[in-house]
Design a protein around this ligand. Structure first.
Ligand SMILES: CC(C)(COP(=O)(O)OP(=O)(O)OC[C@H]1O[C@@H](n2cnc3c(N)ncnc32)[C@H](O)[C@@H]1OP(=O)(O)O)[C@@H](O)C(=O)NCCC(=O)NCCS
Length: 187
């Protein structure tokens, strides 16, 4: 089984929406209300993804993990840090916006591969620091980012599809920590 990383394009919209929907449901079913989950599914459907992948913005990096037989099994999106005038956050130029893998492909090293690939592209574009926001209740994701040397920066209450949720920001003051990693895959 060979899974490759490549840039995403508008033709991947359906597959990315599918991966996000399945990964979302598996991860957040117990963390968010059914109403919020339904709102997320509608907001992040294939149409949303087509529009966002058609937009030409060289600062945003969208990558997919794809196998010849498996199709698209995961994706990641990163770019400039969004919002927030907080002095702690302002020390970070980049942000990992999204990272989703199908459940059956998790814990095999693909998540690390995508993070490393995104960090390399961010650095190639001159971004040396980055952060990520995760739901505070998503302990596995927080454990994953800490495993990759992300440091917890702060917790904040944020609006999220009709709910107010606790989110945690983790940051990398030097993306070389990520970009220089050599990910290994496990079966
Ligand atoms: C979070 C996610 C991207 C991580 O990717 P992954 O491919 O599962 O993780 P990897 O196999 O690359 O992880 C490498 C290491 O990170 C750590 N790690 C990964 N998942 C972890 C978890 N659930 N709990 C604790 N540590 C974890 C482990 O040390 C792991 O190595 P090990 O398996 O040898 O113990 C993936 O699990 C996923 O898509 N989850 C659902 C969606 C999600 O939560 N996205 C993040 C939103 S902020």
């Amino acid at each position: 089984m060979e899974i490759f990383i490549r840039p995403a394009g508008p033709a991947d919209a359906e597959d990315i929406a599918r991966v996000q929907r399945i990964s979302w449901a598996a991860t957040y079913a117990k963390q968010l209300s059914p109403e919020s989950l339904a709102r997320v599914e509608t907001a992040w459907d294939a149409r949303h993804w087509r529009r966002s992948l058609e937009r030409v913005d060289d600062r945003v990096i969208s990558l997919v993990l794809e196998g010849a037989d498996e199709g698209i099994i995961g994706f990641g999106v990163a770019g400039p840090r969004r919002g927030g005038k907080d002095p702690i956050l302002r020390a970070y130029d980049g942000e990992f916006y999204l990272l989703y893998l199908l459940p059956q492909f998790q814990r095999r090293g693909h998540g690390v591969r995508l993070m490393v690939a995104m960090a390399r592209v961010l650095r190639a574009r001159g971004t040396e620091t980055a952060l990520v926001w995760a739901l505070a209740s998503n302990r596995p994701a927080i454990g994953f980012y800490q495993h990759l040397s992300g440091s917890i920066l702060m917790q904040a209450r944020k609006p999220f599809f009709g709910e107010s949720v606790n989110e945690i920001a983790l940051g990398w003051r030097d993306l070389r920590i990520l970009s220089s990693m050599t990910p290994t895959l496990r079966d």
